[in-house]
Design a binder for this molecule. Sequence first.
Ligand code: NAG
Ligand code: NAG
Ligand code: NAG
Length: 261
Amino acid sequence: MTLDEGDKLRDVTRVMIMKVLTVSQNALIRGEVPQGIGELKNLVHLDLSYNSLTGPIPSRIGELRSLVGLDLSYNSFSGSIPGQLGDLAMLQKLDLSSNNLTGGVPATITGLTSLTFLALSNNGLSGRLPAGLSDLRDLQYLIMENNPMGVPLPSELGDIARLQELRLANSGYSGSIPETLGRLASLTTLSLENNNLTGRIPAGLSRLKRMYHLNLSKNGLDGVVPFDGAFLRRLGRNLDLSGNPGLCVDDRAVVQARIPR
Ligand SMILES: *[C@@H]1O[C@H](CO)[C@@H](O)[C@H](O)[C@H]1NC(C)=O
Ligand SMILES: *[C@@H]1O[C@H](CO)[C@@H](O)[C@H](O)[C@H]1NC(C)=O
Ligand SMILES: *[C@@H]1O[C@H](CO)[C@@H](O)[C@H](O)[C@H]1NC(C)=O
């Protein structure tokens, strides 16, 4: 079946009561998703992941106002993320990772105030993250690795109060690690490896009681590592500060962690 021809999907658009559409892990499904998808007004979950879909993400997906879950990951969607996705006020999970999306993250994404999970990894996204990220007050997972962002990390990341995982590795981020990340009391995982981050590690990170995985490897960080022995023992091998030639360790902190000596 090719969605190009739109046949199957136009059939399903007649099923107006449909609540869940899962057409996942079927490499045979290729082509473009027709704008007619916007007719499926009752859809609560739309999962088209792991197919060979191409072309733009139809902007009319923004008309599916009942959507709680939208998963378009592992396809070949190209073009930019349609700003209309910001109209999906009920959306809790948005996964657009592993596509060929380019351009910036649209500012309208801050309208997704029910979002708990946002994954945009492995695309060609670039530029500044939009202001207003702290409007995502239920967001727990922000997973956005492997994009050529090439900008500083915004301090507003520290205002996404419920964040548990923040993964922004391998994305050309520059400047320093915002001090505000030390406010993220629920943070368990922080992955910022393989960027161009400079300056000191904010001491506030050492006060994050739930943290158990911290990877800051392969950056240009310097100064004294601000973690005490208890923090270093707790993270153990889940702490990686390697590949930061300017970092030095207070020798009183005896560690079993991959840190530069
Ligand atoms: C992504 O786009 C690039 C250039 O436009 C193309 O070479 C590449 O094959 C595309 N990748 C996929 C997975 O479609
Ligand atoms: C980031 O660092 C890499 C290698 O260290 C360098 O090639 C690249 O130009 C840097 N990018 C920016 C935006 O500074
Ligand atoms: C940190 O990231 C690097 C990739 O740059 C990876 O090789 C390493 O295993 C990671 N370390 C931990 C503790 O996750």
